[in-house]
Design a protein around this ligand. Structure first.
Ligand code: NAD
Length: 519
């Protein structure tokens, strides 16, 4: 059936059956305001991770289509940047209303293609929606500065101007939220955009783009092309693209960061993570255990802010037994089933990778306290399910600790003191997030000051900042210097122009002065 709620005005006019009329449907490109079939003969199946059904086929958009997308964005730019900021904000105001209207449809698409539970999929859409809401106040967010009378009759002011054509490259784990971290901020600042969704779950991007057009976003302001390495390299190399927003793994992110920088582009690159939680013996045991279970296994561990390692300090280690009980009680099933806790992981390959890392942990001396590897979900026997898994006595030299697992696997470590626990975290190459559970303000403040992580939680397990702040990963979790959304996001998508103006009576005589002007 049709998975995209596309209005007929956007349908391709080609003689071939259009993408939405095929079975399975093909994911269209969006170029210059029209959803169009790719002419490529290379497609990748988008697979429902709970059933292995082919949901749709995503094209490897051709180089010609990529160039058309960039040139549509380039063509749309002069008019869009001169569109009043109030009009651009109103498009976002309408856009957020339409996302709310279609929340269920969007969430169902996210669950179908990505696997997470419907409730979690709603959160995926909602956390992106909040960025759209924030973009509705762009006029205030992008205000410039003014200093009057820097010299006689001279004022200086700076304005924030859009860059031109910008691009976004997305990961699979938040198919709605992450595209919404990118293009709403970019286009409301006056840029035009080329989006490359994850080839694993491109559907939500298409639905969101459809809503953006319905909200009044002019054709060419947002364009979408698909593919993997080749299209990403084309984005990095293109002379008309000024900035790239990337979220995904370190391998891809560092490649994009350096390749695009060599072409003089701005890049913001959010990458991998190994998020730790320190549990102090004085913490509220019940709330802490619930937080660990939720943040460790929610979204099957496939969140960049998932808690993947817990460090028990001193006596808190005895809570491990209770942690196992609560993790065991979680219900694993297809995301569309009611009242479940976690769905499948994204692919067979991901499942294999996770199994291998768990096995390597066991072989290097970790204790397997809870094994979710052999789970079978009745009715979904071929789904990529892994149940909650807990490895204890993990040490920093183990591969399962050094690599990002990105699955429902919680590693448990021990430390004798807060200092030791903080130093474990600081020695890890990643620095996305870290949390502490304690009732001691002194411990919390020491942790906040000394921990090298971009997002810090104090009795909060997944402290993903709301859009009036920015998402601020550090160390190997981020490359660039202007973070996603918030003020930094606006700065990323704008450049400063500084104007010095002189207005004075021209009755006096003026002299030629070759010296550097001083006031
Ligand atoms: P991925 O790097 O495999 O894919 C991300 C994007 O890059 C995709 O669009 C893909 O087509 C492209 N890509 C992949 N390999 C490439 C290569 N070698 N060259 C060029 N392009 C390439 O990531 P994923 O598996 O989709 O997402 C999971 C990763 O994303 C995890 O590492 C997770 O921590 C990270 N992530 C980070 C954040 C954050 O904010 N820090 C948020 C979400 C996800």
């Amino acid at each position: 059936g049709q998975i995209y709620a596309l209005g007929s005005s956007h349908l391709s006019t080609a003689a071939e059956p259009s993408y939405s009329k095929r079975t399975p449907p093909r994911v269209p490109n969006l170029i210059g305001g029209s959803f169009v079939d790719s002419k490529t003969s290379n497609f990748i199946d988008v697979i429902n991770p709970a059933t292995q059904e082919v949901v749709s086929q995503v094209p490897l958009s051709t180089d010609g289509e990529f160039k058309e997308a960039v040139s549509a964005a380039k063509k749309a730019f002069p008019r869009w940047r001169n569109t009043p900021i109030t009009t651009r904000q109103r498009v976002m105001l309408k856009f957020q209303e339409l996302i709310r209207r279609d929340m269920d449809k969007l969430s169902l698409n996210v669950t179908t293609e990505q696997g997470k539970t419907l409730k979690d999929a709603q959160g995926d859409v909602f956390r992106g929606l909040e960025v759209v809401e924030h973009a509705c106040g762009m006029a205030t967010l992008q205000m410039g500065e003014f200093v009057s009378n820097v010299s006689h009759g001279i004022d200086t002011y700076s304005i924030r101007e859009p860059l031109g054509v910008c691009a976004g490259i997305c990961p699979f784990n938040f198919p709605a939220m992450i595209p919404l971290w990118m293009f709403p901020v970019a286009v409301t600042c006056g840029n035009t955009f080329v989006l490359k969704p994850s080839e694993k779950d491109p559907g939500a991007s298409i639905m969101l783009a459809e809503l953006a057009l319905e909200a009044g976003l002019p054709g060419g302001v947002l364009n979408i092309v698909h593919g993997t390495h080749d299209i990403v390299n084309a984005i990095c190399d293109d002379d008309d693209i000024r900035a790239i927003s990337f979220v995904g793994s370190n391998t891809a992110g560092m490649h994009i960061y350096s390749r695009a920088a060599a072409k003089g582009k701005r890049v913001q690159s959010n990458m991998g993570a190994k998020n730790h939680a320190i549990v102090m013996p004085d913490a509220d045991a019940d709330a802490t255990l619930n937080a660990l279970v939720a943040a460790g296994f929610g979204a099957a561990g496939q969140r960049c802010m998932a808690l993947s390692t817990v460090i028990f300090v001193g006596g808190s280690q005895q809570w491990e037994a209770e942690l196992i009980d609560r993790a065991k009680a979680l219900k694993v099933n297809a995301g569309t089933e009611p009242d479940i806790d976690l769905g499948p992981v994204i692919s067979k390959q991901a499942k294999e990778r996770i199994h291998k890392l768990v096995q390597s942990g066991i072989e290097s001396g970790a204790k397997l306290l809870l094994d979710g590897r052999n789970i079978v979900v009745p009715g979904y026997e071929s789904g990529n399910f892994i149940g909650p898994t807990i490895l204890s006595d993990v040490t920093a030299n183990m591969e399962c600790y050094q690599e990002e697992i990105f699955g429902p696997v919680l590693l448990s470590m021990q430390a004798d003191s807060l200092e030791e626990a903080i130093s474990i975290i600081n020695n890890n190459k990643y620095g996305n997030g870290a949390a502490i559970f304690t009732t001691s303000g002194v411990a919390a403040r020491k942790f906040q000051t000394e921990v090298e992580a971009g997002q810090v939680g104090i009795n909060v397990p997944i402290p993903v900042p709301l859009p009036f702040f920015s998402f601020t990963g550090n160390k190997a979790s981020f490359a660039g210097d202007l973070n996603f959304y918030g003020k930094a996001g606006v700065n990323f998508f704008t450049q400063i122009k500084t104007i010095t103006q002189q207005w004075k009576d021209s009755t006096g005589s003026s002299k030629i002065n070759l010296a550097m002007p001083t006031s």
